[in-house]
Ligand binder design. Sequence first.
Ligand SMILES: [Zn+2]
Length: 439
Amino acid sequence: MAVSQTMSTVVAVQPHVDLAVRGARVLSDPSAALRSDAVVLIEGSKVVDVVDAAEGWDAARTIEVDDGFITPGLVNAHTHLGLSFARTLTHRGGQPIYDVFWPLETHLRVEDVEAFSALAAAESLLSGVTTVLDHYIHAERAERVTNALGLRAFLGETVMTAAGPFGAESLDRSLSHVAAKRAPDALGRALVAPHAVDTNDDRTLETMRALSESSHVPLHLHLAQSSRERAVVAERVGCSSVEYARRLGLLERPSVLAHCSYLDPGDVDILASGSGAVIAYCPTVQAMDGMVQPASTIERLGGCVAIGTDSTPNERYSVLHEAAVAVLGQRQAGLDWTPRQSLRAATTALADTLEIDGLGTLRPGSPADLVIWEGAAPHMAIADDPVIAAVMAPPRVHTTIVAGNPVVSDGVLCNASIDEICSVSADAKRSLFERAGLS
Ligand SMILES: [Zn+2]
């Protein structure tokens, strides 16, 4: 693959911009037609335009990848960066959340969360993810590393006041996290993040709903995630988790609802009612759990579905991998779901919830978040439809750009050493497992 980076280039037909990114093919929107030999023009943190290369351009810097396949950056609708230590553990069987994660998490240190978050943030950028919605403890440490690596991140401090390892102090940490001042266009932003409706009491859930409303910050919670949750909620209030969340007013706010797997009759209609909630579909986790969320039906009835990796068993925080699993999962359940639909769920689905105009597209005014995939891979080179090929078998990432800044170049992180990140997180994991008595 021929690659060149120059400080200026060609004819000054277009207005002068900070950065031009040229590839053999550009997909400016998941629903758009592919363009051949086009250039994305970027000024500051925004896209100015996408033009044919033949028109010429004038930029302070140009990144050209001759075989490059350019798409908008991917958005991970639900993840736990700090849980990257738990990879592969879900394959041990049982109920990993309760049998494995919770006991381990009582031994977590603040610095561990930073180390594990750095690894997951790095993997995100290296797999073409430019925005993550995180949900974990010590969110300020995760925010520190996502800012340092250049990853756009919406971070929620996980709150569990009724069950789980984090205790009542998690509510205080969440209130402080949301109250921290951030610039409106900061890379790191806040979410209000109750863990779930079964792991918090009614009073906490009402506090978090009110906090979301008063602070104008979206909610992010697990919903209908497990059989345990279903049983606890049925015992507590005699209805499904989705109905319980509706009664609590959690679905009336801009909110991101992870999983929605264990649904009762009527729940799909509630989720599809256009209440402002977006469902974060994490298909690999659901496959491991023997479940299939009816994402296709929810969208057909008017709801909105985004794609998340969760943490494990997606072993590398790759949203495009999840997009492929979503296609397979929906089709195996007899539902229609196309690769383009997966790509839309992995890019544009959260623009309104996060209030970022053009998120997941490359149009004038969009955030300058994009990926150059290596388009010379055999399956891409001969594909009748390269978009389908890329979704179903993600090619290698050559360049990732967030807010106009290259953060991965030629497959290498720009702002940190992946070897150092791996070394620090491996040491932290070894120490954590020793403290927890695991091998
Ligand atoms: Zn989760």
